[in-house]
Ligand binder design. Structure first.
Ligand code: SF4
Ligand code: F3S
Length: 107
């Protein structure tokens, strides 16, 4: 089992999640974070920390976001590790809750 970051992180990237992870398994792209599925120990600490409610247990990922399971696995192999909180993206509040953000994902 792992936790998975879903679409509402895109263009928000609040990064509160990285502060609580005991195994530092978050990886950062230009406008999205992912969790490395082989490193996550399923502690659930990060889920309530996300202001955008973008983090799910793997078995609770919404049906319309199933592709994010593979996306987290793929991108966590290529993006750099992030362990400290930073400022959210400038328009995070405006993008919080917007649907269909996958087209805005920058790699
Ligand atoms: Fe890290 Fe725990 Fe969240 Fe997994 S569930 S990403 S180990 S804080
Ligand atoms: Fe993204 Fe939420 Fe973390 S918006 S960066 S998953 S705190």
């Amino acid at each position: 089992m792992t936790f998975v970051i879903g679409e509402n992180c895109i263009k928000c990237k609040y990064t509160d999640c990285v502060e609580v992870c005991p195994v530092d398994c978050f990886y950062e792209g230009p406008n999205f974070l992912v969790i490395h599925p082989d490193e996550c120990i399923d502690c659930a600490l990060c889920e309530p920390e996300c202001p955008a409610n973008a983090i799910f247990s793997e078995d609770e990922v919404p049906d319309d976001q199933q592709e994010y399971i593979e996306l987290n696995a793929e991108l966590s192999e290529v993006w750099p590790n992030i362990t400290e909180k930073k400022d959210p993206l400038p328009d995070a509040e405006q993008w919080d809750g917007v649907k269909g953000k996958l087209e805005h994902l920058e790699r």
